[in-house]
Design a protein around this ligand. Structure first.
Ligand code: PLP
Length: 394
């Protein structure tokens, strides 16, 4: 596997190594100043009011859902093309999950898909709507926000793909600022825009939710207990039940050096995406390219859609041929309703998701990807398609 071109990869540089090494020599390895600094830097970067770090993107979702007090049987709407975390956490809390169909080209839930889901399922009372910026861009922030206001529910952005992206054409309107949502969640898994090994962040503009999440990430202890007391306060007062979701200072110090380079990393991803878009346009008879994002994208993924009626080879076979050539690709994602714990047998309400799922493929994209690697991937895809085309490429 050593020489494989992966579909995503972290960038770790000398300043990252130094930052982590220094953190190991400090007094606090966890619950110390680096955690607070990382959260502050994150706030600055995404122009959020409050940021709460945690030990994974999944924990970030858990904290968000617990902070808004999601209860068993309450309704949660989730885009059907999604990583499984939002559905898993909602199910563990006992919520009633409804999956919305998605746009067949982007794999993202559109405002129309959301309205359809509400109508088809005759939903009157909704507790939470999740959006997920599949691939790294956020097209309909304002539209989703007005739907949320109409239904008086919470809107949570699962923004794990979109750190560094924008909500609109305004330069500083960053995903995570929560101008059009109640909460946004991020992951620092190695394949994401920046990494802390494992890690997550939840942002909000709501002070009460912020305080609730600080408590929830630390077992449910009263985290403000020492703030005014001059004496040593050794009493850990438990206010509610929770678990340990803390990010530690070693991971946070990596986060601090990584977040400084977020713009650079995302710019490189944009350059790679533009190169793919230019070169792969030669294949426009056989594939749809991901060129329908309206605003600045984090380009977490570069997803192409095969026009399967124009080629005599399946998407799954193409994955295997690319693998044999040393190229690892992925499918983002198997629809949540196809996974056993969430199984919905009838696919009649999921035409967009079914189309997208059966034809999509995520190509390698990461900041350190070289021109040589890029050209190699493009060449291999071209070869495979031209060898298996049904009509001549005009
Ligand atoms: C859209 C989305 N949501 C949630 C997560 C969960 O993040 P983590 O792996 O950090 O728990 C991921 C990570 O893959 C993701 O891509």
């Amino acid at each position: 596997m050593q020489n494989f071109i992966p579909y995503g990869k972290q960038t770790i540089e000398k300043d990252d190594l130094n930052s982590v090494l220094k953190s190991l020599k400090q007094k606090f390895l966890t619950t110390g100043p680096k955690v607070i600094k990382f959260e502050k830097e994150f706030n600055k970067k995404v122009k959020s009011k409050f940021s709460v770090s945690s030990n994974s993107g999944t924990s970030a979702i858990f904290l968000a859902l617990k902070a808004i007090r999601l209860k068993p049987k309450e309704v949660v709407i989730i885009p059907s093309i999604n990583f499984i975390a939002a559905a898993n956490v909602s199910k563990m809390i006992g919520a009633k999950i409804f999956f919305a169909d998605v746009d067949s080209r982007t794999g993202q839930m559109s405002p129309e898909n959301l309205i359809d889901c509400i109508k088809i399922n005759k939903l009157k009372k909704i507790k939470v709507i999740f959006t997920m910026h599949n691939g790294g861009f956020n097209n309909f922030a304002k539209e989703f926000y007005s739907i949320k206001k109409k239904y008086k529910c919470f809107l949570i952005e699962d923004a794990c793909h979109a750190l560094g992206a924008n909500n609109s054409s305004k330069k500083d309107d960053k995903v995570g600022n929560c101008r059009y949502s109640d909460l946004a969640t991020f992951s620092f898994h190695p394949l994401k825009s920046i990494t802390t090994g494992e890690g997550g962040m939840t942002t909000t503009r709501n002070k009460l939710l912020y305080k609730e999440m600080l408590k929830l990430r630390n077992h449910g202890f009263d985290v403000r207990k020492n703030s005014k007391n001059k004496n040593y306060n050794w009493k850990n007062i438990l206010l509610s039940n929770s678990l340990n979701f803390r990010l530690n200072d070693i991971q946070s110090s990596l986060g601090i050096s990584q977040i400084k380079k977020l713009n650079k990393f995302v710019k490189k991803r944009n350059n790679i995406a533009n190169y793919y878009l230019k070169k792969l346009s030669r294949l426009s008879n056989f594939i749809f390219l991901p060129n329908n994002n309206k605003f600045y994208s984090a380009w977490h993924l570069f997803i192409i859609i095969f026009k399967t009626e124009k080629i005599s080879i399946s998407r799954d076979k193409i994955i295997q041929l690319l693998f044999k050539s040393g190229i690892l690709t992925q499918v983002h994602y198997i629809p949540n309703y196809r996974q056993k714990p969430f199984l919905i047998k009838s696919k009649k309400n999921f035409k967009g998701a079914e189309y997208f799922f059966s034809r999509c493929l995520s190509l390698p994209i990461y900041p350190e990807m070289s021109k040589k690697q890029l050209n190699y991937v493009i060449k291999r895809i071209e070869n495979i398609i031209f060898k298996n085309k049904k009509i001549p490429n005009k």
